[in-house]
Design a protein around this ligand. Structure first.
Ligand code: ADP
Ligand code: MG
Length: 597
């Protein structure tokens, strides 16, 4: 048999490696910014166009590269960061694999300008498909600028696989936030389509958090400080009030590298125990410093997962220090920026076991009671669920179960049982309708239709409402603004950290607006990684879930009828938008059988 093994040509090998390193525009952002940090830059600018699909550029004032290094940097396994295998166990830089630039150059057009301190001229390189097409001297500033254009231009399948601009932008913002939070000592600016989104001066951790997430977070931050021989923990946790229904602002940094770690996350969540309602996630910004030799960051190519030598101890210390600080915040006033550092002196860890944190527990305490606006509608809100309803407009699918079913429906009365099910008699027997799931289906179809038809009823507000959001959220809202308008929202001014709402869909009340938009943003974000659904679908689902009448709400006869009638003109009345059964029927013959008839 002839030999069959061949070495893959470099450009093919690079494209394959690129698949691991570059999943989406945000991966390029991460790699380039990390390189700038490794080059000891203290000013980093990020520019993106079209959610990074047409341009991602990072400009730094770091060390720069010589002509030879500039050329070599695009070779696979070319790195200045490790020299021998043993270095792998003592990593102090973000990169060390020497894969990022080679991978990026394999799937995009790249242009680099770089100059070392003291040289009169810098180097200019252009690459396409891993090949250097131009290299010449250029006059430029000290540091490095790398522009990545037309990502995945040569892999249409990958390019088509990219999500909407809203989603890709959100990923980029997440990545930017992680890097910026990990390095408050560095100034960053970030432009999206020529609009400046962030301008962050070198500042303290606390100020960095506030600059990114908005002023209102400041009063909610509880400082954490802990020092043992092999570990330092610092940072902040959010008071229970800031907890989110979806995993939101949760950041762990280990030696200034953002990481995800379910075990440590558990330690923090656990420390909150009684303070959080179930299903709520605490916010935290925690910085761990451990000896580089005690961790292994080599297990994942994109390096957000790491292994610790002694996870159990770490867990215990982390949980105890969060608990301790939470206990203290109940009595201690909020500390301001200029606080006396001595107030943060870590207490002696050895004594900690004996010290039960001073947390007053009220078993009925629900920190969200006041804020939880999307509750079972009170009668006034409930009324509004029906105003503007236009049943005639909803197309009926003659072949659907719905039609068969509504033919079958007699004029019989409906009943509500356990404030949860609507029961009604039908020709063939009895139907049980789950009020919450059924209403989700009704609203879901209504929103979907409104978004596509764009003729939703809107109620103008007497006094426009200004709501503040973080910058990232403002950008996200802009991205979905058209869709929101087609379901009845009307917006006024967008500023850096607030939006003005002038009109809302007739199905919601003013007090629900903030929560609904926030939930919507969280849902869009949490659907990011796997969902193949369109954004319109996610939005409709999210709103339907927020607004559907809850189990436990008492409905009068008219309201019950309304649900029944509207459900059975739906295109798919039998399942909720999340795939749950909305109603069941019991056949009269089966009832007869139970009586032995
Ligand atoms: P790694 O970061 O794993 O070493 P990269 O492919 O990201 O691999 O970068 C290759 C090399 O190019 C780096 O080791 C570094 O020497 C050089 N380099 C990349 N970006 C910069 C930059 N912004 N400033 C200075 N040198 C850089
Ligand atoms: Mg790198």
């Amino acid at each position: 048999m002839p030999d069959t093994i061949q070495l893959l040509p470099d450009h093919v090998a690079n494209q394959i490696a690129a698949g691991e390193v570059v999943q989406r525009p945000a991966s390029v952002v991460k790699e380039l910014m990390e390189n700038s940090i490794d080059a000891e830059a203290d000013q980093i600018t990020l520019l993106i166009k079209d959610a990074g699909k047409s341009l991602i550029q990072v400009i730094d004032n770091g060390r720069g590269m010589s002509a030879t290094d500039a050329r070599l940097s695009f070779e696979r396994h070319a790195t200045s960061k490790i020299k021998q295998a043993t270095d792998l166990f003592d990593i102090h830089t973000k990169g060390f694999r020497g894969e990022a630039l080679a991978s990026i150059a394999a799937i995009a057009h790249v242009e680099m300008k770089t100059k070392i301190e003291g040289e009169s001229l810098g180097n200019h390189l252009k690459l396409a498909g891993s090949e250097i097409v131009i290299q010449d001297p250029i006059a430029c500033e000290k540091g490095t600028s790398i522009a990545v254009k037309n990502l995945f231009y040569n892999i249409p399948a990958r390019r088509n696989f990219l999500k909407s601009s809203a989603v890709e932008t959100r990923h980029i913002i997440n990545e930017f936030q992680r890097v910026a939070l990990a390095h408050p000592e560095i100034s960053f600016s970030f432009f999206h389509n020529d609009n400046q989104i962030y301008k962050l001066n070198a500042q303290s951790v606390r100020k960095r958090i506030v600059s990114i997430f908005g002023k209102k977070i400041d009063e909610y931050l509880v400082p954490i400080n802990e020092s043992t021989e092999h570990l330092k923990i610092s940072g902040f946790v959010g008071k229970p009030k800031t907890a989110k229904k979806k995993r939101g602002e949760q950041f762990f940094f280990v030696n200034n590298r953002f990481i995800k770690n379910a075990y440590l996350n558990h330690a923090v969540t656990n420390a909150f125990e009684e303070l959080l309602g179930s299903g709520y996630y605490p916010s935290y910004f925690l910085y761990l410093e451990v000896p580089a030799r005690s961790i292994d960051i080599n297990i994942h190519p994109t390096k957000t997962e790491i292994k610790f030598e002694d996870e159990h101890t770490l867990y215990a210390i982390l949980r105890a220090s969060v608990k301790h600080s939470l206990g203290q915040y109940n009595v201690a006033p909020v500390l301001d920026f200029n606080r006396d550092a001595s107030m943060d002196v870590p207490y002696d860890y050895k004594d900690k076991k004996a010290l039960r944190p001073n947390i007053e527990v009220n078993p009925d305490f629900n920190p969200f009671k006041k804020e939880k606006l999307v509750q079972g509608p009170k009668s006034a809100q409930w009324e509004s669920l029906y105003t503007g309803l236009n049943i005639e407009n909803i197309e009926t699918n003659t072949e659907s179960d719905a039609q068969l079913f509504s033919d079958e429906k007699t004029d019989a009365k409906t009943y509500q049982i356990h404030n949860k099910y609507i029961v009604s008699s039908i020709k063939s027997g009895i139907v049980y309708i789950h009020q919450n799931l059924a209403h989700q289906r009704i609203l879901y179809e209504e929103f979907l239709k409104n978004i596509t038809v764009k003729d939703a009823a809107s109620q103008q507000m007497l006094f426009p409402l200004e709501i503040s959001f973080g910058k990232a959220d403002i950008i996200a809202i802009r991205e979905i603004q058209n869709d929101l308008e087609s379901i009845g929202f009307m917006f006024g001014q967008f500023s850096e950290n607030s939006i003005v709402v002038k009109g809302i869909p007739v199905t919601i009340t003013e007090s629900q607006i903030g929560t609904i938009i926030e939930r919507l943003l969280e849902d869009i974000q949490s659907e990011l990684p796997e969902s193949s659904f369109s954004q319109v679908d996610i939005m409709s689902k999210s709103l339907a879930k927020s607004l559907a009448i809850k189990s436990g709400t008492k409905l009068d006869f008219k309201e019950q009828e309304e649900i029944v009638n509207r459900l059975f003109v739906c295109k798919q009345p039998d399942i909720s938008p999340f795939g749950k059964t909305t109603f069941i029927t019991v056949n009269i013959n089966d009832i007869d059988k139970k009586f032995g008839l």
